[in-house]
Design a binder for this molecule. Structure first.
Ligand code: DNO
Length: 349
């Protein structure tokens, strides 16, 4: 496995020199954040990310994310130009050495939480999701801002977008995803860039909008849309693990054996009645058995990128929700230990 760490660029309070000091982190996961969704990224901006990573002793070979424009997900006539730009971005990323691109196909809302500062008994804070709060929100009427909500839309635009999606079925979204993949995967294959779709987080429909990257059955269907190995997954344990129906060790082994997991976001999620909280990474701290998941990845022959995922805020740190330095660094250290133990255990058995 290749240990990586997400970095939000120059505006990130976490600095590359700090990331470099986390044991075994050699890969920076980042993106161009200041170009509107759907436009091509200037190569100079990518080259700058590459040199910044290299100046700090790491490499830049994973992009998270190249966002997919809503018109593509909606199947609007403008999609062909936007898909061409998407392909151009893949080519440009490949030209600076990128090997893996993470993206998602969630209508409007990326990851969604209802509480960014849930206080845990030890005084740390974490992200949490309580379904009853979501049920009380009407995104068409209420003026709200949560992480994962694209703040670049005006309230009117957001309203129109949501109303349009509400006319769409899951089958329509599948069709638009297939159309997108059919054009993008051949380009990714030509550039040898692994595309890694991120599961929907949480993995069920929100506000009546369709969501499809949610469970084993749908991941099977997704992978069959384009059988080329470059059409792969980000195994995000927190997103898929938000539903107790998903058997993560089984899915990790199955998709690793198929060579279709290119990126793994490994973190804990503690399922509670009517939602979930994001406790520390350890198996003992939540509902997922991280040891079993790592073992399944290893048994399946996984050798892709790994990153710790959302961390709590600990030791008084403030910063980007879920993306502080300290707890994610603890997560990386823990994951390093699990991988080392599993790998050595296999050799000795
Ligand atoms: C949340 C992240 C997601 C992910 C996107 C990929 O913390 O894992 O926002 O980056 O869904 O496009």
């Amino acid at each position: 496995m290749k240990m990586s760490f997400r970095w939000y660029g120059e505006t990130d309070p976490v600095k590359l020199w700090q990331i470099r000091q986390i044991p075994n982190v050699k890969h920076v996961v980042t993106a161009v954040y200041d170009v509107p969704v759907g436009e091509a990224w200037p190569v100079e901006k990518l080259q700058k990310l590459k040199s910044e990573a290299e100046e700090n002793g790491m490499c830049f070979d994973v992009v998270e994310s190249i966002p997919v424009h809503e018109d593509i997900k909606l199947g609007r006539p403008t999609r062909d130009r936007l898909i061409e730009n998407y392909c151009e971005n893949i080519r440009r990323c490949a030209s600076v050495g990128v090997k893996c691109v993470c993206y998602n196909f969630m209508p409007v809302f990326d990851w969604t939480r209802t509480d960014l500062n849930h206080v845990l008994p030890d005084g740390s804070t974490c992200l949490a999701y309580y379904q009853s709060e979501i049920d009380g929100i009407d995104p068409v009427k209420d003026d709200l801002s949560l992480p994962g909500w694209d703040a670049s839309y005006s309230r009117e635009e957001l309203r129109d977008l949501i109303l349009t999606y509400r006319q769409m079925t899951e089958e329509d979204l599948w069709e638009n995803l297939a159309y997108f993949l059919h054009r993008v995967i051949p380009v990714a294959a030509e550039c040898d860039v692994n595309m890694a779709i991120h599961p929907d987080d949480p993995c069920w429909s929100l506000f009546g909008l369709p969501r499809i990257i949610t469970c084993e059955e749908n991941l099977d269907r997704f992978l069959a849309l384009e059988p080329d190995v470059h059409n792969g997954l980000t195994l995000c344990t927190g997103s898929l693990g938000s539903s107790a129906k998903n058997d993560l060790p089984h899915m990790a082994k199955k998709y690793a054996e198929m060579g279709r997991i290119h990126f793994a976001h490994l973190r804990q999620v503690a399922l509670i009645d009517g939602g979930f909280e994001e406790h520390g990474h350890l198996s003992a701290d939540g509902s997922l058995d991280l040891y079993e998941i790592v073992k399944s990845l290893e048994d399946g022959g996984f050798d892709g990128y790994v990153r710790p995922d959302h961390g709590r805020m600990i030791w008084g740190e403030t910063g980007r929700p879920g993306y502080g330095l300290y707890d994610r660094a603890l997560g990386a250290a823990y994951l390093n230990g699990l991988f080392e133990a599993v790998e050595k255990g296999k050799k000795h058995s």
